[in-house]
Write a protein that binds this ligand. Structure first.
Ligand code: EPZ
Length: 424
């Protein structure tokens, strides 16, 4: 198993390019199942564990896939299965993204229920509601979602989401683009990753209007074609790298971004005293001598993203004063908190609100990753903690960050990846 060993005291300085987004790559890869017509070429796909798992799923279904130098080639002409097996879905809940495309293409699919994750139950009731609205009968049996189209084809429908759901919006879009007639998605997710999926579907020949709003109107088309497409940048990776500059008192520029996708995060960095400048696709952050405490509440886009909440908590341990962190999307997404306190932070939980007392000097020790963004939080804390921090079980980190230790080393961090054994 791998761990990251981080020796502190280094201010991070320099320029680093953002990788492609994981959370747009996964639905975009799923959408290639919609067309039997030839080979897709998708650029800027990050080389991540989750992407590799999704490729395994596509190959299990019968697609021909090649992936090198961040370019993915997919041909879904000869699919041979309509089932997403438990073994793969359990590894990566985003496998649920094959529900919409397989149902639209074959009229029937069986997808293992993804189950929960480290920070709570991750229901899929809104995904199922959307498929039923589009004319499918969905049953849950033996841990599988079994969805069958009534009649020959899905039919356009009015789908009102009671809460904003990135995944359910994505699945509804992929099911609706070849449905008979018009589909209206109300309260659709606004995340840039969904906008990216809409652009991809549009390029394939789908007819989606008002992209980038919470009301998407889709006119079903009869067929979609294989295309070349460029994935967007990973805004959470970019935010994490800027956080590494902020927590170490450094100065870092991240290139290849769309700055407005990080609006609320850049605002928070500025409120914390960081100088943030934008030049084209480059975001530069100069850390202040002393960080100011900034309260954040994680909400759907364009508010502060839940996937940056853990990283922000690490940063606030160094702020001069107390700050409050609330997550309105995953109320209990605080698994990183006990490990931060083991590094010397002083953070309390009251009524699902984390109260971070700062500044707290952190001292390195061994800490355990529990999920993807908790791992990123512990890496940021390790960069500023005295002595040496060992972040264990970095397989969590590898799900969503492409060679992060190489990027941080290039910025001046003393960080290495090492093998270790766990007690069985
Ligand atoms: C996506 O998950 C992201 N994953 C998550 O990123 C991210 O945290 C989340 O969106 C919120 O932004 C991918 O894109 C692969 P949701 P998703 O459906 O689609 C509830 C990371 O670190 N809900 O927008 O699963 C749900 O419980 C990962 O990269 C239902 O109640 O999230 C949550 O409270 C972690 N029923 C809220 O909606 C449903 O059917 C938002 O979840 C679906 C969701």
């Amino acid at each position: 198993m791998d761990k990251l060993v981080i020796r502190s005291g280094k201010k991070l300085n320099g320029t680093v390019a953002a990788s492609g987004s994981k959370n747009s790559a996964l639905p975009v890869i799923a959408a290639t199942l919609l067309s039997p017509d030839g080979t897709f070429s998708i650029n800027r796909i990050p080389d991540l564990k989750d992407v590799r798992t999704f490729i395994q799923l596509l190959e299990y279904l019968g697609a021909a896939v090649s992936f090198k130098n961040n370019r993915l080639e997919v041909c879904s002409s000869n699919l041979k299965s309509i089932e997403a097996p438990y073994e793969l879905v359990k590894q990566m809940r985003a496998s649920i993204y094959v529900l919409g495309p397989l149902l639209a293409r074959f009229g029937h699919t069986r997808v293992s229920l993804p189950g929960g994750c480290a920070f709570g139950p991750r229901p899929v009731d809104l995904h199922i509601m959307a498929m039923e609205k589009l004319g499918a009968t969905v049953t849950i049996e033996q841990g599988f979602i079994d969805a069958k189209v009534n009649g020959s084809r899905l039919r356009g429908a009015q789908i009102d989401f009671p809460i904003s759901s990135v995944g359910a919006t994505g699945n509804a879009l992929m099911a609706a683009v070849t449905a008979e007639g018009t589909t209206v998605l109300e309260n659709a997710a606004l995340e840039p990753e969904i906008e990216c999926l809409c652009q991809f579907l549009q390029k394939m020949g789908a007819n989606i209007s008002d992209i980038g709003t919470t009301k998407l109107v889709i006119e079903g088309v009869d067929q979609l074609k294989a295309v070349e497409f460029d994935n967007i940048f990973d805004r959470i990776e970019a935010g994490t790298l800027l956080g590494a500059a902020a927590i170490t008192g450094g100065s870092v520029t991240v290139t290849g971004t769309v700055p407005e996708h990080l609006g609320s995060v850049l605002d928070a960095f500025r409120q914390a005293g960081c100088a943030v400048t934008i030049e084209g696709d480059a975001i530069s952050l100069d850390a202040p001598e002393e960080l100011q405490p900034v309260d954040i509440t994680a909400r759907p886009y364009p508010e502060f993203p839940t996937d940056m909440q853990a990283q922000w908590m690490a940063l606030m341990t160094q702020a001069r004063g107390d700050s409050t962190i609330i997550d309105r999307i995953y109320l209990e997404r605080f698994n990183h908190l006990p490990e931060l306190n083991r590094l010397g932070a002083h953070i309390e939980i009251r009524d699902n609100q984390a109260l971070v007392h700062g500044p707290q000097e952190l001292t390195g020790t061994k800490v355990m990753s529990t999920d993807l963004r908790a791992s990123a939080c512990l890496v940021l804390a390790g960069l500023v903690a005295k002595e040496t921090t060992e972040v264990l079980r970095v397989y969590h980190l590898d799900r969503g960050y492409e060679s992060i230790e190489k990027k941080l080393s290039a910025l001046g961090a003393d960080i290495t990846r090492e093998k270790y054994q766990e007690f069985s």
